[in-house]
Design a binder for this molecule. Structure first.
Ligand code: HSE
Length: 313
């Protein structure tokens, strides 16, 4: 039997929503899990890029054995029902750029879990899959929109349970995804964050996250522009991302540019706008990075309201 799952890219954090907000984007990884007929063949993982993906070289460094996160996720699911994974071939067709803050690892974790669950006769429900995916990823903000689609608030509670709520992203707000041609691993981007933060910074993010939720619910551009500020992760990560400060500052005085935020742990950057010249956003960001000899891929995308789906099997 063979199961194929298509999973969207995701962008986590959205400024003040560190580790708890994320949205799905229409760039996809497609993952197939096939039961192989030969006994003793173990688990084989193949990774292929689609189109003119700039990540060919990076693919060579991605583990394709038991150290792979997709293997870990699939193994946890099998173990949860007292089985061990074996005789599986996992093929990943990748469109989502790797190590760019666009949820490529969350997408393969989610794709692997949904495909393996189907192969096993669907013993786990969405909540259980979300819980395993969060454990593998360490935080739920990418895996939740990868599974559910749309704009999602997620929290892993102290008892391990995961709470998710879908929020309505205003369709008229444009999301321009700016992807530089350098990589930044989430591990490195998290290693620069402090263990604890000043109380006023925690309060700053609480206030701005509250504003963000109200701005989304009321489609209030002005409130959203005020909300999209963060003191928990972006200031610490700025030093890892050449051009980030300049890009963040480039649109501050443009009323119709709602905000500029780091996508996940970076290095990609989202520019959120409303009725603003999208070519101007692209040329501004491109030229800032070009002045630093950084190539970029910049696309304005609609939010993907559908989460991962089984397309075969
Ligand atoms: N919330 C996570 C972070 C997303 O910012 O580190 C990266 O996977």
């Amino acid at each position: 039997m063979k199961v194929t799952v298509k999973v969207p890219a995701t962008s986590a954090n959205l400024g003040p929503g560190f580790d708890c907000l994320g949205l799905a984007l229409p760039i996809y990884n497609t993952l197939t899990i096939e039961e192989t007929v030969l006994p003793g063949t173990g688990v084989e993982i193949n990774l292929m890029s689609e189109g003119d993906n700039i990540d060919e070289m990076i693919f060579d460094n991605v583990p394709k054995d038991e150290n792979s996160i997709v293997y870990k996720a699939v193994e946890m699911l099998y173990n949860s029902i007292g089985q061990e994974p074996s005789e599986l071939r996992i093929n990943i067709q990748s469109q989502i750029p790797i190590t760019r803050g666009l949820g490529s690892s969350a997408s393969v974790v989610v794709g692997g879990l949904i495909a393996a669950n189907k192969l096993l006769g669907s013993p786990a429900d969405t909540t259980a899959l979300l819980s395993i995916a969060t454990e593998v990823e360490g935080h739920p903000d990418n895996v939740a929109p990868a599974i559910l689609g749309g704009f999602v608030m997620s929290s892993r509670e102290d008892d391990g349970s995961i709470i998710t709520e879908k929020l309505n992203w205003p369709e008229e707000w444009d999301i321009t995804v700016c992807i530089p041609d350098f990589e930044l691993s989430t591990n490195i981007a998290r290693s620069v964050l402090p263990e604890s933060v000043p109380l006023q910074d925690a309060v700053f993010n609480a206030k701005h996250l509250a504003m963000l939720i109200q701005a989304i619910n009321t489609k209030d551009v002005k409130l959203m522009k005020n909300a999209l500020h963060d003191r928990l992760h972006q200031p610490y990560r700025e030093k890892l991302i050449p051009g980030m400060k300049e890009i963040m500052e480039a649109f501050i005085h443009e009323d119709n540019v709602i905000g500029t935020v780091l996508s996940g742990a970076g290095p990609s950057i989202l520019v959120i706008s409303h009725k603003y010249d999208l070519d101007k956003i692209k040329s501004t960001v491109r030229s800032i990075w070009e002045s630093l000899s950084i190539k970029s891929d910049i696309r304005t995308l609609k939010i993907e309201n559908n989460g991962a789906e089984i397309i075969e099997g």
